[in-house]
Design a protein around this ligand. Sequence first.
Ligand code: GRG
Length: 292
Amino acid sequence: MENDELLSNIDETIREFYSEKELIPHLTDSILYSVNAGGKRIRPLFMLQTLRAFGIELTEEHYKVAASVELIHTSSLIHDDLPAMDNDDYRRGRLTNHKVYGDAQAILAGDALLLDPYNLLVSSELSAEILVKLVRELSYASGSYGMVAGQVLDMDSEQKEISLDELKQIHALKTGRMLTFPFVAAAIVAQADEKIVEKLRTLGEHIGLAFQIRDDIKDVTADFAEIGKTPGKDIEEDKATYVKFLGLEGAKEALKNELYSARQIIKKLSDENDFWPSSVLELIDMLDIDDK
Ligand code: GRG
């Protein structure tokens, strides 16, 4: 199944969720402005392709899980761009949410996008046991055990010198947990045994770290058209990044190492289990900087 087909089904799931008549149109408008701004949807794609690797045929229930993580991710982007945070004017190639709708409305759009996914997720007809595990993992990835904690540590790091290990920890929380969710969620939905769930968690941790290292690299090598936001901001603000610690070539090497570790885990999984990961590997290849 091609990614384009998955993307169109993810979009349809989101569209349907926000099409209820009782919703307040200008709230929905501000939400959909950011949701439909052209993000890559890498988190839902990883989840759906990992499910397929387990041999599972996708249904609308799976798309609801996949869409949930994308909505929370979008919520974090809206909040991250606010003046009190990174204060960015552009995201996904267009003006940031608060630049169009104002700070207060942007905060509320972000709030809704943080809470609505739980409604969407539990409307799925997966078993209650699976849904409870997914709710827990989604909260774990995004809240005080994950992305929000990472953001707090990231803000703290602007006031002091930190070590590479501390930077790795920030990345693991801020970006890594949300990229780990798709793999863990797929294993939970596939009702894989606990050992496999944990292997997929480790896989997701490598992908998450690789993703943030790639983001750090792109900040210095890409232009606005490619990343959809103002490039060079990390350098300008002297932020702690992999490029700052290791230099550009060192960061590229670190990215390669994380992707290598991820591929090794997948190879072992597919050697030892009924797991057919070719489409997952294709998504991982897209993170390789040399391919871009
Ligand atoms: C509201 C849950 C919530 C959190 C607020 C602001 C904040 C706490 C956290 C910031 C998290 C953040 C923005 C991390 C950066 C992650 C990252 C590399 C984003 C870019 O992801 P892509 O490349 O973006 O997948 P697209 O636009 O393609 O979706």
